[in-house]
Design a protein around this ligand. Sequence first.
Ligand SMILES: Cc1cc2nc3c(=O)[nH]c(=O)nc-3n(C[C@H](O)[C@H](O)[C@H](O)COP(=O)(O)OP(=O)(O)OC[C@H]3O[C@@H](n4cnc5c(N)ncnc54)[C@H](O)[C@@H]3O)c2cc1C
Length: 503
Amino acid sequence: MKATLKGRPTKNISMLIKKDKDIIQSYFEDHSGLLGGFADKVYIPDNEKEIIEYIKTASSQKKPVTISGAGTGVTGGRIPFGGDVLSMEALNKIINIKKLSDSCAVATVQPGVTVQQLKDKAKENGWMYPPDPTEQTSFIGGNVSTNASGSRGYKYGPTRKYVNRLRVILSCGDVLDISRGNIFSHGQGEIKIPLLKNVLSVSLPKYKLPNIKNAAGYFNQPGMDLIDLFIGHEGTLGIMTEIDVLLQPVTDKIFSGVAFFTDEKESWNFVLEGKVTIPNTLSYEYFDSYALGLLKKDYPQIPDASKAAIFFEQDLTGQDEDKILNKWIELLEKHGVNQEKVWFATSNKDQESFREFRHALPEKVNEIVKKNKLPKVGTDIAVPNEHLPEMMEFFTDKLEDSDIPYLIFGHIGESHLHANILPENNADYEKSRRIYVGLVEKAINLGGTVSAEHGIGKLKHIFLEKMIGKQGLIEIAQLKKTIDPSCILGLGNIFPKELLHSL
Ligand SMILES: Cc1cc2nc3c(=O)[nH]c(=O)nc-3n(C[C@H](O)[C@H](O)[C@H](O)COP(=O)(O)OP(=O)(O)OC[C@H]3O[C@@H](n4cnc5c(N)ncnc54)[C@H](O)[C@@H]3O)c2cc1C
């Protein structure tokens, strides 16, 4: 239904609004399992003007607004608890792709463009989008908002590295057009944001974030770029309406392998040594024995008695291929893997089937969750590299003791593993939550993060508080209130909304 916006000052603007309860129910869900979301209406703008008019009205009425991407988030970030939903789904155009040099291009996209759409268009032009988060239906706006990463994050890093420009509408209706490299923080951690009529002086939080893969809390670094504040803000600071992301030439000289280990510790050491001795590796992904057990039904060729596997991808561009291949073989043999226990792929087709092997796992986990009718309890923690073996041992000890089905897989190259605990009854679910807390606390004690790629959303406030302290959360809330003084955007994301009342 096209309808006019109640209370809007401009007469000729109309926007798609959904309010039928059955129809809008799907906007109250994502992949977190968080229940109980509700909102009055879902607004679906298809241009900035509509958003500006809408948000000015919502601000004046102090009406909470939750921004919705594709709903693939796993922390409840897009789930509203009151107010309206502002969905980005109609802002789904790739505006253009411009070549900047032989090694770089920039794509200007609207926030509702999916990862798949961007990748396909980039590929047509000989480019690739390096962050490439696994969930291909997620929106680029959602990715920027959560600072998402993909399975090649070891080489390419998170979304943040590729965001070069953002257009953001603030809750006052002003539009910021922020290009990387223009506005930096200075002095005692202050950053100045030029608005239409004045300059907003924003005090940045004082906490120190770990120098590892991280998606927890507002970004914070001495001399930081303003654009970085809006990457990973989880829909709490503004509405992103246009995004410039950097692209790179397609890397087609790749070989990949899946190595099967009979001793899991050898697999961890293999990765730690490979990272130091072999350059230009794209990814190291881990599978524990339970993950392999799940996959064995579809991949019976997985060697029996495998305790762990590592999927690795090697960029061969500009390298002596034989020399690199020999290095891998030497490294594998040193860690107890003979060539019969490795699958190698050099053709595009085989490489694609390896990536399917990797991506089959989250789907298998989702099937079990559906069957159990109970959410999984999954970690997103990462630790500094030197603490990887200690964290892995801790994972295994705690999870083995629990007698609850679990599996561990993920981005071992970045010391970032997803332990998925799969409770089958309510008592085990509660027990799983307690184990989860122990795992997160251990990661924090080792100088790690409570979220390396999914963000905090509505589910992990207490863990962020453990990581940066109560004062850190208060500083985040203060910053949010400076930029969104009517306190309407993304309430309940990153910190409890009640904190805003106490400021
Ligand atoms: C099977 C599966 C695999 C996954 N794999 C990965 C992975 O490899 N790496 C990874 O990082 N994550 C992964 N995820 C999690 C999820 O895909 C990411 O968090 C993704 O970035 C969410 O994007 P979305 O468009 O679905 O956003 P949503 O879930 O709709 O929203 C996420 C947050 O972004 C905010 N937001 C959305 N659009 C805007 C905007 N335009 N302006 C401001 N705020 C906005 C929302 O308010 C919300 O807080 C996976 C999820 C699933 C289900």
